[in-house]
Design a protein around this ligand. Structure first.
Ligand code: GDP
Length: 310
């Protein structure tokens, strides 16, 4: 089975975010017409989304728009993480149906899975146990998005699919100290500590949690692959298959940044899920693999950080 993107109007919802930017870069080599909506369109506003779809008639939609953030942002702004994400996905998915879109790819994240899911996490672990409390609001919204795609497929015959990326990093990331994920947070902390000549940088938590990381360009490539080759109800994990302890990640980033001081741990900050790595068998069996290794990917992310902030 193969779906052709060439010649089609492809709407990237959330093109200003890290994932959306990577999708726009990747789609540039697909000979399709890339569509983006202006900043004024509030995707939480159903009427605005409908009007935009009427005017622009996308044939393919990628839902990369979301309220996203790291452990602190999720935990302290639960209503925004739940409401905004529910509204964004419901509005886009329904508008895509109403306007007869040929294909839609919904993006979630690995935090949809139960906190204690067996590792590596298989797609069928979904809804088999309680969620990680620090990001359950975002997770519930994203699970609803997967089920929207499934229900639209069953009831309306829409070719709507879902992909669940692992923890991502790369150009265009959010470096806000309170809202960011761990990679951009540590790039910023190490860069600042180096610039200030600090003796140490502080990592949240114990440093023992294990996380899998993937460069966002690999995700964008996986998304194009899925649009072209996948059409079924089940959501698909997209990961790198490589995990690292947060303490080792911190030392790796410190090395790449050139910060020679100590790495300290603040155990009063939450660790979150103890281990989170996804099973990538579905993608591998279809013939897709990521290409960017962690060290090269982090160097690329650092270059982006320096270009934007230094
Ligand atoms: P998570 O994967 O949903 O837990 O989200 P994060 O990327 O925010 O955090 C991953 C892990 O990195 C958690 O164990 C955090 O406690 C840890 N961590 C260490 N230092 C930092 C930091 O400065 N910012 C963030 N966001 N996480 C950090």
């Amino acid at each position: 089975m193969s779906f052709v993107l060439a010649g089609k109007r492809v709407y990237v919802a959330g093109h200003r975010g890290m994932v959306g930017q990577a999708l726009v870069r990747r789609l540039a080599s697909e000979d399709c017409e890339i569509q983006t909506a202006p900043r004024e369109i509030d995707l939480r506003d159903q009427a605005a989304v409908r009007t935009w779809f009427s005017a622009n008639a996308p044939e393919v939609v990628i839902v990369a728009a979301a309220r996203v953030g790291g452990i602190k942002a999720n935990d302290s702004r639960p209503a925004e993480f739940l409401y905004d994400n529910l509204m964004i996905e419901a509005n886009i998915i329904e508008a895509a149906r109403q306007h007869g879109c040929r294909k839609l790819l919904f993006l979630g994240s690995s935090c949809i899975y139960p906190r204690m899911a067996p590792q590596p996490i298989r797609e069928d672990s979904l809804l088999t146990g309680p969620l990680e409390p620090t990001n359950q609001w975002y997770a519930v919204a994203k699970i609803a998005g997967i089920m929207l795609c499934q229900s639209y497929r069953r009831q309306y015959g829409c070719d709507f699919i879902s992909a669940m990326p692992t923890n991502l990093y790369g150009p265009g990331d959010n470096y806000d100290p309170d809202g960011s994920h761990v990679v951009p947070a540590l790039i910023r902390k190490a860069s600042t500590a180096k610039a200030n000549g600090d003796a140490a940088l502080t990592v949240w938590g114990t440093g023992t949690p294990l996380r899998e990381f993937m460069h966002v360009s690999d995700l964008a490539d996986g998304c194009v692959f899925l649009l072209e080759h996948y059409s079924a109800e089940g959501h698909v994990n997209v990961g790198s298959g490589r995990e690292i302890a947060i303490a080792d990640l911190a030392r790796l980033i410190a090395g790449i940044v050139g910060f020679a001081g100590r790495v300290e741990f603040d155990a009063s900050k939450p660790d979150g899920t103890p281990r989170k790595i996804m099973d990538g068998t579905m993608m591998a069996d279809m013939g897709w693999a990521p290409r960017i290794d962690l060290r090269d990917g982090l160097a690329d992310a650092l270059e982006d950080y320096r270009a934007r902030f230094e």
